[in-house]
Design a binder for this molecule. Sequence first.
Ligand SMILES: Cc1ncc(COP(=O)(O)O)c(C=O)c1O
Length: 402
Amino acid sequence: MKLAIDGGKPVFEKPAALPPWPPVDPETAETLKEIYLGRKWSFYGPNEVEFNKLFAEYTGAAGCTMMANGTVTLEMALLALGVGPGDEVIVPAHTWLATGEAVVYRGATPVVVDIESDTLCMDPERFEEAITPKTKAVIPVHLFGSMADMDRIIPIARKHGIAVIEDCAHAHGGIWDGKHVGTIGDIGSFSFQQSKTMASGEGGACITGSEELSETLGRLSHIGYQYAAKQGQAGTPPPVGLICRNYRVTEFQAAILLSQLKHLKADTELRAKNAEFIRKRLNAIPGLQVQAPGKKATLQSYYNFCIMLDPASLRPGIDKKKVQEALWAEGASAGSGWTGVMYRQKLWSVPENMFRIASCENAERIVPDRLMASNLNWLMLSEEETELYCQAFEKVMAAYSK
Ligand SMILES: Cc1ncc(COP(=O)(O)O)c(C=O)c1O
């Protein structure tokens, strides 16, 4: 069949009916108007306190602390766990640069380790190999449509006395072996940035099973105020030496997230169901391999749906870029995710003497030339359009494979 890029008929005859992201609804618009007119816009307002309560309940954590974004949540998680200058923190080679830069903000050294070739998440063996007497914490990232192997990471961390921060910026709603991600390690860090599975423009949250850590995180992000204290009534002061920040969110963000929390479970289940359908079809195409879900995923969350392309399977002169262009012409999508592995991303500005690469072979091999990604709303199409999405890959790969 002639490819659309060569003038053939596209698989999608009209553009896919992608649900616009982030979602909006009239009820929330009304709530936002009420908040605006009510003039209580920030500072442990009712929506912020309610979201903290409901997200802790939803995830099964002892506490939740909303913050300004999912970068400062990582920084505050590290600070709450006592990470500072001279310490090393192990991070995966493939993640958004904030995972590593948050470590640098603390004056500590990110130590970069390789990812597994199927889940694209931190390889537990490489993590263990990279541990030194200076290692204070590890940040496994539940990346795109998978989960780091917590069953292997936690025992290694506990054996060596290393704190675990789960970077759940992509993984709202994800359940690992019956537990919500973010509740398996010491602290879970979430982002609610514009494109995320739960999105409020900007925003983030830390969850934890420890009431003590929750109290510290609340103070850290509210310039030292006790949790839920009223402005001007700080309660007891923070401990001397706990230098607190103002990383507050606003009531507007909290109200948007409260409305999204109501359909998080249903949305996560829908995306997981569609992802399984697509996975079977795409994994059957020679040269393609879909990112494997978390090894013990009870419910896999999806921020992006990732597909790896084997360049050796392609005809001479065809590469990832050409495959992506052909897919777009058919009406399907496959972007590239980020510009590269963490320390090669355009915005990574950390001097070489301030981080260490322990291992990175899989990440360097897979990320630049093999990795393709579709946004989460491609997993929210009707059955008919999900079928067309699969057909677009089948058609392009049939034309471009050796
Ligand atoms: C894996 C990961 N960690 C942390 C962050 C930081 O979140 P934010 O953009 O809210 O600061 C992101 C954001 O894209 C991310 O993808």
